[in-house]
Design a protein around this ligand. Sequence first.
Ligand SMILES: *Cc1c(COP(=O)(O)O)cnc(C)c1O
Length: 454
Amino acid sequence: MDTHNTSELRREDSRHHLHPFTDTKELNEKGCRIITKADGIYIYDADGHKILDAMAGLWCVNIGYGRQELVDAAAGQMQELPYYNNFFKTAHPPAIKLAKKLTELAPDHINHVFFTGSGSESNDTVVRMVRRYWQLQGKPEKTVIIGRQNGYHGSTVAGASLGGMAPMHQQGGPMLPDIEHIAQPYWFGEGREMDPQEFGLLAASSLEKKIQQLGVERVAAFIAEPVQGAGGVIIPPASYWPEIQRICDQHGILLIADEVICGFGRLGRWFGSQHFDIKPDLMPIAKGLSSGYLPIGGVLVGDRVADLLIDEGGEFYHGFTYSGHPSCAAVALRNIELLEQERVLEHVRDIAAPYFARRWAELASHPLVGEARSLGLLGALELVADKVTLSRFEPGIGGLCRDICFETGIVMRSVGETMVVSPPLVITEEEIDQLISLARASLDATARRLGIAL
Ligand SMILES: *Cc1c(COP(=O)(O)O)cnc(C)c1O
């Protein structure tokens, strides 16, 4: 068993490691928590704490930790062919098999995949593919892609531009041109005075307004997550997606469903689009594709786009060294096989998600909680200072609650004053009970820290 010199590791981390999405100065004052191992739905830190990982890493460890089958898939492939590319008239079995498998799982009109190394690269690919598509259609002026405020599509320049995260846009100069953003369907945050279904239609109508304002001859596509993840598990009202689909169809613009979180079982189907019954032209994927064991992503490409690219596009000058990386593809394929063999999607749909929904909703009675919502194995709690007026705390309470969660033995993430969870899909009912107890204990501790009576 590997032993770690924790304080030395922490010191070296603060000296040399620039962490993603982190205030490094603030982190270095305390030092980071060092995670050393994991099994099932639990992670373990170097100080000996066992912590229930209700975020499945970063929304990705769908199959759970510690699966020897994935270790074996990686090791076997690394011995046979650790790396080769798919550029110059070559391919290899893992990439081919994974492409076939993915297009079998995808809706009928999707029969191709372009591989990448991450969700961000998938969305960079989306931008290039969408613009190329309209160029081939003889409409090169259709370059504008419409995304949403508070959407998340990754952290490369294209990903950050497509996303609507204001703090990301504010750092480091102009984003990619010809990207526009519309309102998000965030009922609790922005539409509470309305009926949710009316609000869903209103939020969708901002797409139509934006198309009219820009002129449809300029608009290439609309991109959105089926359920916003990083934005705070924002579950659109049922009226929203059918109206978005209608608007995209009516104006002939491409629909892109960013499936990086919702894909691979999170909502109890292979893809979130199937849950919402929409028909995207492009579906960026990553995260749960390999359950995070190795980095891999891709774009599932519908026939409308793929046929034109293939038949008339000639060479597409785009690709990554690691597009379809054989070791990553072998792990992704094995991961999908395990999800199938162990009927994990059925487990989510029939057992885990209904049970989680019921138990999660109980947290709505907590004095700090203004709303408890969930869909599939995604959940959110809105922290409020006043349960009647639903007024918010000062900023920072979400971060406090997140830190308290860690101390209590559960990973929840805070998005502003919204606490979110996205546990491994293999979570059992008993483990859901533990998740709820730990979440409640963390809320209690947060309330005590704030001097609020329970
Ligand atoms: C995480 C995420 C991405 C970015 O994926 P990376 O692998 O971090 O580049 C893109 N879209 C969505 C919806 C995500 O949640």
